[in-house]
Design a protein around this ligand. Structure first.
Ligand code: ATP
Ligand code: LTN
Length: 333
């Protein structure tokens, strides 16, 4: 425990708002796995974030448990990492309220994710959707995280979190560690197979490859992936976004460089390239899918992991929350 305390800390989370995708894996979870030995890691299932858009209760419950199984199946070891469900640690909601009083309306209005999601859910633009980044800042700051491994789309939220922390520290002396986003070099933004202009997103099933998809579904989805009429396997994000996305996926899955992949497929059409990308993804996902299926059957084990995780998380979170409450002038209980 002594030596663990010397390690830098990591916090990250994913919403159980849909089945996890290849994007969740390549942009986030894959990095989490590589960091678990070097850092003290806390990985969360952020169900409170998921309800910022309407969820079916039974589905939310099921997906929260499946997501924990997926985390473990991806290689996260429950004995090395703290893994828990956000709503089981009430300090997140408490700190979020406080931080909301140190966040500007204008700052939240500039968040790209809010602008996009409020277009997608125009009939239900809730206060929760608007203040979502404040809850995310509370998640990170409660644990004094140094690094936040996320995909490219979350960089803006981590930067806002830093701004809030800096503002609070400036007002009340050093309270929060300033976190840095940690974004992978390859796979930080996997695009939809149906529309290479938009991000692959678990709540938008069109063009999504799910971690739990069967091999034949993965093959079919890649066969249908939108490309172009040139038939040349070349990385060119502006003119060939579909092919560039497939190359990114292929390289992230196979470990090859873009140049190696371009050379390997030189002179061959998409009829050869697309099934090869699918094969690489099938092989990457096969052990994860099989292990997830095995773990889902062991509900009591999963329950023991998230209960133990919440207990450990709460110990850390309460220390920060008490410090914050004292600094801002709340009377001690
Ligand atoms: P939703 O559709 O509910 O917004 P999402 O699929 O966009 O969900 P998140 O829960 O927002 O996924 O993201 C989980 C993590 O995975 C974050 O770190 C995010 O940056 C990363 N991520 C999500 N989608 C992608 C993607 N297409 N490419 C790379 N990283 C991604
Ligand atoms: N907003 C993130 C999920 C998230 C998160 C966090 C990520 C909520 N809290 C704290 C990192 C750290 C998303 O991926 N949509």
């Amino acid at each position: 425990m002594e030596s663990q305390n010397q390690k830098k800390r990591i916090f990250s989370g994913i919403q159980p708002s849909g089945e996890l995708t290849l994007g969740s894996y390549m942009g986030a979870i894959r990095n989490w796995v590589t960091l678990q030995d070097e850092y003290e890691c806390i990985y969360c299932i952020v169900d409170m974030h998921a309800i910022t858009v309407r969820q079916v209760p039974a589905e939310l419950r099921r997906r929260s448990l499946v997501q924990l199984a997926e985390y473990i199946a991806c290689g996260l070891d429950p004995s090395k990492n703290v893994m828990f469900i956000q709503s089981h640690v009430p300090q997140h909601a408490e700190l979020s309220w406080i931080l909301g009083c140190y966040t500007q309306f204008g700052e939240l209005s500039r968040m790209t994710q809010f602008k996009m999601k409020s277009q997608q859910h125009a009939d239900n633009i809730t206060a929760g959707l608007f203040t979502y980044p404040v809850l995310m800042a509370a998640d990170i700051l409660l644990y004094q995280a140094d690094l936040v491994p996320v995909g490219e789309d979350q960089k803006q939220h981590v930067e806002l979190c830093r701004d809030i922390a800096q503002r609070f520290n400036g007002l009340y002396s050093d309270t929060f560690t300033l976190p840095e986003p940690f974004i992978p070099k390859l796979g930080a933004r996997i695009m939809s197979l149906g529309d290479p202009g938009s991000k692959m997103s678990k709540s938008d099933p069109d063009g999504c490859v799910y971690m739990m998809d069967k091999p034949e579904d993965i093959q079919r989805k890649f066969k249908r992936a939108v490309t172009d009429c040139e038939a040349a396997v070349k990385f060119d994000k502006v003119n060939k976004p579909g092919v560039s996305n497939l190359l990114t996926i292929y390289c992230a899955a196979s470990g090859k460089t873009v140049q190696e992949a371009e050379e390997a497929f030189a002179g061959q059409g998409y009829g050869v390239f697309k099934p090869a990308v699918a094969d690489a993804v099938v092989e990457l996902m096969r052990p994860i899918r099989e292990e997830t299926e095995r773990l889902i059957a062991d509900k009591s084990y999963l329950e023991s992991v998230y209960r133990d995780g919440a207990r450990r998380a709460q110990g850390i979170a309460q220390k920060t929350l008490s410090k914050v409450q004292r600094k801002i002038g709340f009377l001690a209980r």
